[in-house]
Design a protein around this ligand. Structure first.
Ligand code: ARG
Length: 565
């Protein structure tokens, strides 16, 4: 817990009729540091005291006992504002950061708790599309954020590797796949076969029947069907892994829909035994009308199971296997209804952990610059997007800093970082409007800007050339811009907590943009390196702390922080 809050609570408690926890909960950080470091709103005292909050605030300001580190208490309207001693504040913040370094911002509130995160989860035999990128990035960041809070995280890629479409693919492969048969096929080959199937099936509907037959054979473990499907899966995983490696996204398990194939029958049986299932037009459903939802389809009339059935079986399996405290599904908003239905069925099955399942949804990614969206049909291929970002950054580096060492590595880290940041900095329920010039700008609210600020700090520290020490004169860090910067660094741990609570990595992006802005204002007004050694070493400590916060923050987003660029 923030120890300054404790100090303020200790001044307020016994003087006002509220429990300590409630005081803590109500404390706010004023929007402008000139208004104080903490503010206590007096509204909630108004009723009991029968006075206006403004009167209460001004009375309290006169009667409360000021003690260190608080140096002033002032009433502003209904708020009671507390000012801390700047030197004590700066010293405690910077010393804490100095001690914690890469651990700064971390916490162990999640110790002994498990969070399952289901993200990316693309369908095999198709290219990874942009919404799988959004899911991979948002999910990856949530994974990192929860891990930083001490939770044991399990990252699952729930591959879409089961369903009637694999029957269709088998039919197409056997009929028109002569070019790829016996060879290691690519996702493009599979995609083409898939398209071909649909073209042909329009002319010859019997193909659909054949496909359903093949999927049934797959579900019942037919050797040939299994073998073909296995090939499709391997080809897809190979391509996906390449992109995950580019993005630095990691999974603990690739247990896709097929993994639950042997469990779905038990799940269906259980749902039946609990009296929840019934037949409707020969299909097995859970009626969700009382909850104002369409029925959840468990089994089609041809006996094959569905996406929802496998999600229910998967949730049961994960609960048994991981005994999670929370399960987060990072999937686009178009699946809102699907998850509402699945969670409702789990709840009706009597699982209280259904309440711990969350659908973290997100909007679309749209391309301002039409070029990307038409290159290969409607779908933007992820690999192309990432490669293009790296190429474009490579050119910018070539212009700006041609003598840079490891240019290729830096171009990769910055190009991919730019895409990640553009995605994550948009609040997730909004659509991302992807505009190359904005995304790659070194001066906008972008990944390259944050990385560049970090690299500049590294360069100052290199120039300084001496070890950084926390044994400095903190009285020298008292100018407005300096205090504002230190205050923003102080916010980092609470920003991580808020990002976790709201599953919103954009909070971390915005925060990093603020820190960079504060750093630049500080830097434009005060020289870090000067002949005055005492001032230099104090400002270097601050520069180093800022560098560390940026690096830690980028790390949570899955973005590298190159030292030179
Ligand atoms: N494969 C699905 C798709 O591409 C996403 C799966 C999300 N995860 C889940 N457990 N349903 O739309």
């Amino acid at each position: 817990m923030d120890y300054f809050i404790k100090d303020i609570v200790s001044i307020l408690k016994n003087k006002i009729d509220l429990p300590e926890d409630e005081i803590k909960r109500q404390l706010e950080i004023p929007p402008d540091f000139k208004m104080g470091d903490y503010a206590f709103p007096c509204y909630s005292l108004s009723k009991a005291l029968k006075k206006s909050p403004n009167v209460i605030a001004s009375e309290l300001a006169k009667t409360l006992h000021i003690r260190s580190p608080v140096v002033e208490i002032k009433a502003t309207g209904p708020y009671l504002n507390f000012f801390l001693d700047k030197v004590i504040f700066s010293e405690s913040v910077l010393k804490k950061m100095w001690d914690e370094r890469e651990r700064y911002g971390r916490n162990n509130i999640g110790a002994d708790k498990t969070v399952v995160v289901d993200y990316s989860s693309p369908n095999i035999a198709k290219h990874l599309a942009v919404h799988h990128l959004r899911s991979a990035l948002i999910g990856g960041a949530i994974y990192n954020i929860y891990s930083a809070l001490g939770y044991n995280c399990v990252g699952i890629n729930h591959l879409g590797d089961w369903g009637t479409q694999f029957g269709q693919l088998i039919v197409a492969y056997k009929k028109w796949g002569s070019e790829v048969i016996g060879k290691f096929c690519t996702v493009t080959d599979l995609n083409n076969l898939y398209v071909k199937f649909h073209q042909e099936a329009e002319k010859d509907p019997a193909l659909e029947e054949e496909a359903r037959e093949w999927f049934k054979r797959l579900e019942t473990g037919d050797v040939e069907a299994r073998k073909l499907w296995q090939n499709f899966k391997e080809a897809s995983l190979k391509e996906f892994q390449k992109i995950y490696d580019m993005l630095g996204v990691h999974f603990d398990a690739f247990t896709g829909e097929s993994f639950y194939n042997t469990m779905v029958e038990d799940t269906i049986l259980e749902i039946k035994q609990k009296g929840l299932a019934r037949l409707s037009e020969q299909a097995l459903i859970v009626d969700l009308e009382p909850y104002n939802m369409p029925p959840c389809l468990l089994r089609k009339k041809d006996e094959t199971t569905l996406y929802a059935t496998r999600d229910i079986a998967a949730a049961e399996y994960r609960s048994k296997t991981y005994n999670f405290d929370k399960m987060i599904y990072v999937v686009g908003s178009e699946q809102k209804l699907h998850f509402k239905q699945v969670f409702k069925v789990l709840e009706l099955m009597g699982y209280n952990w259904a309440n711990y399942c969350v659908h973290v949804d997100f909007g679309l990614m749209k391309f301002k610059d039409g070029k990307m969206s038409t290159r290969k049909g409607k779908v933007v291929l992820l690999e192309d997007l990432l490669t293009e970002a790296v190429e474009r950054i490579g050119k910018i580096i070539e212009e700006k800093n041609p003598s840079l060492e490891n240019k290729d590595t830096v171009a990769k880290e910055v190009g991919i970082g730019a895409v990640i940041f553009a995605d994550l900095s948009t609040k997730r329920n909004k659509d991302v409007i992807f505009n190359w010039d904005e995304v790659l700008n070194f001066e906008g609210e972008t990944g390259p800007y944050v990385q560049y600020t970090h690299a500049r700090l590294c360069s100052i520290l290199r120039k300084y050339g001496k070890p950084v020490t926390a044994d400095v004169n903190f009285k020298l860090l008292n100018e407005d811009e300096t205090v504002v910067l230190i205050k923003s660094l102080w916010q980092f741990p609470s920003v991580i907590l808020r990002a976790a609570e709201s599953y919103e990595s954009a909070l971390i992006c915005n925060y990093l943009i603020d820190v960079c802005g504060n750093l630049n204002r500080f830097y434009n007004t005060h020289r870090v390196l000067s002949d005055n050694e005492e001032i230099t070493s104090a400002r270097i400590l601050l520069a180093d702390a800022t560098r560390q916060v940026i690096k830690n923050g980028l790390g949570l987003l899955g973005i590298h922080a190159p030292e030179q660029m």
